[in-house]
Write a protein that binds this ligand. Structure first.
Ligand SMILES: O=P(O)(O)OC[C@H]1O[C@H](OP(=O)(O)OP(=O)(O)O)[C@H](O)[C@@H]1O
Ligand SMILES: O=c1cc[nH]c(=O)[nH]1
Length: 213
């Protein structure tokens, strides 16, 4: 679809996604699997990060290793991305964590998005930012988030998501042609309620709801 699309093609990731797709997966399990997927996404994202070679001394000899070459900020979109950013953070524990909150509302036949809160460093020019949201449906939320990152002088960013719709990716790349997107699946349909089909349901409700005890 694009050279900027990275689809994680791994059986463990596909199994975790299958658990999320099942309609009867309970919230406590759903958020646990979102977090596990976050770790896998963080692992895959590490291929796109900057690293630098170092020497390291073991207890026996000197040898070569690598360390991060550039600071990273994970930017999570509230609320559905809470367990996802948690998982990515576990994989990239030296990263900072920024938060933006978005409200999505339908006006006539369009989905509009307003960012109403952010806790992000005022200058991201020295960082690689990973914008995190489990679903990219119309793409409008992610477009707003990347516009915000642009305002904060971020020049190096990637998008991490569990599923993306084809339409959402096209919209995103119309506005940000070079942005790299890591995802587990590109689902074919966006329905009339702007939900991804087959999708993973309402990621915010399913991740954040209380469960039986
Ligand atoms: O690509 P888009 O069409 O903009 O849709 C994607 C947005 O929808 C979901 O949030 P939701 O509106 O369900 O809010 P919530 O996380 O607060 O539940 C998701 O977490 C994205 O932020
Ligand atoms: O399919 C979708 C679309 C938007 N938000 C979700 O949580 N799921």
């Amino acid at each position: 679809m694009s050279e900027n699309l990275i689809i994680i093609d791994n059986p463990l990731a596909r199994y975790y996604l299958t658990v999320l797709r099942r309609r009867d997966t309970r919230p406590a399990v759903y958020r646990d699997y979102v977090k596990k997927i976050g770790y896998i996404i963080g692992y895959e994202a590490s291929r796109l990060l900057k690293w630098k070679p170092v020497f390291v001394e073991t207890s026996i000899a000197k040898t070569e290793g690598i360390v991060p070459g550039k600071q990273v900020y994970i930017i999570g979109v509230l609320g559905a991305s809470i367990p996802l950013m948690h998982g990515i953070w576990e994989a990239l524990p030296w990263a900072g964590l920024g938060i933006v909150a978005a409200r999505r509302f339908k006006v006539e036949n369009k989905v509009l998005v307003r960012l109403y809160y952010e806790r992000v460093p005022p200058d991201l020019s020295e960082y690689t930012s990973i914008a995190v949201d489990p679903t990219l449906a119309t793409g409008n939320t992610m477009i707003k988030v990347l516009e915000k990152l642009n305002e904060l002088k971020c020049k190096d960013y990637l998008v991490a998501t569990i599923i993306a719709s084809r339409t959402g990716l096209e919209n995103l790349w119309k506005r940000f042609p070079d942005v790299r997107v890591i995802t587990l699946s590109v689902d074919p349909v966006l329905n009339q309620d702007y939900f991804i089909v087959p999708g993973i349901g309402d990621a915010g409700d399913r991740s954040l709801s209380s469960d039986e005890f």
